[in-house]
Design a protein around this ligand. Structure first.
Ligand code: ADP
Length: 227
């Protein structure tokens, strides 16, 4: 199963993505996580990416596109994958489409998780990352997933914030890119909606309402994936 997951920054996409990954037993490829891992390890890629990420800008396509296309060629991707955080602009969407066509790979599903921009911003400012597992949801502004004191509500691990999550300008910048229908992430989504419309509904577009609580969103997603 090959799946793209679109949703604004702060929509809970990472959390739902982890569930989709388990359902199909496919790798969950998160562009942001790849960058942050490289930054943490002090690699050349990490050093190059850090400035862009801290400002809320996209890392240039010349770095990101080959990085992801190479990742999809690795062995664990041969039976499927879930891409989260890519494509993030129209060029990335077009280049991915081209690369998949050349490789004879069919994209099965595009998930479109919708969330109002202000709600997404509040969720980002409140989110806390568990040092043991970044898929343990913790958010100081959401009752259902409030941390346990200053510890992870799932495993009791220490929590940290991301630099780019506490900077309102960087968040606005990320959302400007996401909601941009001309060249930004939404333009990439519209591109795939068009591909689907012209190709008998392949890939299948799955709409998801991101404003409900996490378990409800998961339930809606599972229902729709099984439909
Ligand atoms: P969020 O969804 O909260 O913005 P991510 O972890 O997905 O967080 O991404 C963090 C940062 O990594 C982005 O703001 C951007 O700088 C960079 N990044 C992630 N995905 C891409 C991409 N496809 N192209 C370019 N830069 C990216």
């Amino acid at each position: 199963m090959k799946i793209l997951f679109f949703g604004p920054n702060g929509s809970g996409k990472g959390t739902q993505g982890a569930i989709v990954k388990d359902k199909y037993g496919i790798p969950h490829i998160e562009t942001g996580v790849i960058f942050r891992t490289n930054i943490g390890q002090g690699t050349d890629l990490g050093k190059e990416a850090k400035g862009y990420i801290d400002r809320g800008e996209l890392v240039p396509d010349s770095i990101t596109i080959p990085m992801i296309l190479d990742r999809l060629k690795q062995d664990d991707c041969k039976d499927g994958w879930l891409l989260d955080g890519f494509p993030r602009n129209l060029t990335q969407a077009q280049e991915l489409d081209k690369a998949l066509k050349e490789a004879g790979i069919t994209l099965d599903i595009v998930i479109d998780m919708k969330l109002d921009r202000q709600i997404a911003k509040d969720r980002i400012m409140g989110r806390r990352l568990c040092v043991n597992d970044n898929n343990h949801p913790n958010n100081i502004f959401i009752d259902a997933i409030k941390p346990d004191g200053d510890k992870c509500r799932v495993c009791g691990g220490d929590l940290k914030t991301r630099d780019d999550d506490q900077d309102a300008d960087a968040i606005d910048q990320r959302h400007n890119i996401y909601y941009d229908t001309e060249t930004g992430t939404t333009a990439g989504l519209l591109f795939y909606q068009d591909v689907s419309a012209k190709n008998d509904g392949v890939p299948r577009i799955v709409d998801l309402d991101g404003k409900n609580a996490l378990p409800e969103v998961s339930a809606e997603l599972m229902d729709k994936l099984d439909a």
